[in-house]
Each structure stands twice: as structure tokens, then as C-alpha cells.
Write a protein that binds this ligand. Structure first.
Ligand SMILES: O=C(O)COP(=O)(O)O
Ligand SMILES: [Mg+2]
Length: 234
């Protein structure tokens, strides 16, 4: 399928542009051992990424995707502070971009698309990660999980991005790895592209019916109707 009339592309960050799960797991396990708990397998922690830092920490404390509704607020506050402090100092230790991400983004930008990040990750972490992975200078707008009063799967950050970029919902497409991205796009009446290699709680992104899904980030380029020829440089 081809997307027509698009002017802007909104990208999720974790699990879409970057594989940040190793560093998030490191920070969760640092937090757990600091409060006298056992470490958790990074493979399990990987499946918990997608709802922002506080929910990730709450999942770490409950040891499962479902959070403990009766969690002691003081323990959460302390654990979240330990996590955020450690993660802020270790953002790009083992974090990498997925294949073809940097080259494809450069092509999209060169073709005149406005690019933005709409992540549930705290805002303050976004730019340092982009700098650390040579993804700086590509995005016109960064929206974090704490930029607005609601985050994905709520449509608010997507609508906000359209407004800031000066485009309509129809002129935008949301690209993400998780059901939160597809649900937010659906709620915003925006088309969506799912990527299969990310986290999504270990589930197939196709279960959530994005308009199209790909295994390779570079395939996004050819779905944009006005791009017929391109060459991937890396
Ligand atoms: O920090 C998270 O939980 C996930 O962020 P994402 O929205 O970029 O996937
Ligand atoms: Mg994601």
C-alpha cells in the first residue's frame, strides 16, 4: 500500500528507532538491587517498555506487566528516583539504532518530510540519546511522555505534534512498535505504520491492525507515494 499526501512523519522512539531495552534493563536492575531486590532477566524487562518510566519502574517492582495497585507511594518515589538518576547517566551504553534507521531518516528529511518524535519516554532523555546515536538535526519536534498531561495511547501528543508542525492529521503518519502507537493513531484518526522488531509486550504488532507493518525500517520510504527512487547509504 502507498500513503498519499503525507507531509510529516511521527516516530515512536524506543523499539522503533532505537533498541534501548538493554540500558533500560540495566537501570531497572540497578534500582532493584539498590533496594535489596533480585535482578530480573533483561528479556522480561524488554517486554515491559512502552508506557513511560514510572510504569516501567512499577512493573519492575511488581515483577510483572501488571502493576501493583497497592504499591507504597514512598517506595515508588524512591525507586523511580534511583532509576531515573542511573538511566540519565547511562543512556547510550548498549543502546543502538535499529538497522537502516539513520539512513532512512536522512532520506525522508531530504525529500522534504517534517520528522518528529512522539515518545512516552521522559522528554529530558530524548535529545541526549539523539546526540549519542548521531540522530541529531533530523527532527523538528520532540514530544516526551511528560510533555503533555496525557501520553500515548491517548491521541493528545499526536494532535499536539500536528498543530506544532502545522499539518493536518491526514497529512501525518505515526510509526511505532507498540499497540500504544497504533491505538493513539486510531484515536487521533491518523494512519499508522507498525514495526515488528520492537517490544510490544512480546505480542505481534499486527494484532492491533496498523495500516501496514514492516520488518525493516527502510520499507517506510517506499510507502510514501511521492518517493519512487532512493538509495540507502548505510
Ligand atoms: O519509555 C517508554 O516506555 C517507551 O517509549 P516509546 O513511546 O518511545 O516506545
Ligand atoms: Mg515504542
Amino acid at each position: 500500500m502507498k500513503f498519499t499526501g503525507k507531509k510529516a512523519v511521527l516516530f515512536d522512539l524506543d523499539g522503533t528507532l532505537i533498541d534501548s531495552a538493554p540500558d533500560l534493563a540495566l537501570a531497572i536492575n540497578h534500582m532493584l538491587t539498590s533496594i535489596g531486590r533480585e535482578e530480573i532477566s533483561p528479556t522480561i524487562i524488554r517486554s515491559w517498555v512502552g508506557n513511560g518510566a514510572s510504569i516501567l519502574v512499577q512493573r519492575g517492582l511488581s515483577g510483572q506487566t501488571d502493576i501493583d495497585e497497592n504499591l507504597d507511594p514512598e517506595l515508588l518515589e524512591k525507586s523511580l528516583a534511583i532509576f531515573l538518576d542511573f538511566y540519565a547517566k547511562n543512556l547510550c551504553v548498549d543502546t543502538v539504532t535499529y538497522p537502516h534507521v539513520r539512513a532512512s531518516l536522512k532520506i525522508l528529511k531530504a525529500k522534504g518530510y517534517q520528522l518528529a518524535i512522539v515518545t512516552n519516554k521522559p522528554y529530558d532523555f530524548i535529545q541526549p540519546i539523539l546526540d549519542g546515536l548521531a540522530l541529531n538535526g533530523l527532527f523538528e519536534l520532540l514530544v516526551g511522555g511528560d510533555t503533555l498531561e496525557k501520553r500515548k495511547p491517548d491521541p493528545l501528543p499526536l494532535h499536539y505534534a500536528c498543530e506544532k508542525l502545522g499539518v493536518t492529521v491526514e497529512q501525518c503518519v505515526m510509526v511505532g512498535d507498540s499497540k500504544n502507537d497504533v491505538l493513539a493513531a486510531n484515536a487521533a484518526n491518523m494512519q499508522s505504520i507498525g514495526l515488528s522488531y520492537g517490544y510490544n509486550y512480546g505480542e505481534d504488532i499486527n494484532e492491533h491492525n496498523p495500516d501496514v507493518s514492516f520488518d525493516d525500517f527502510a520499507d517506510i520510504i517506499a510507502t510514501l507515494s511521492d518517493i519512487n527512487e532512493y538509495e540507502l547509504s548505510e
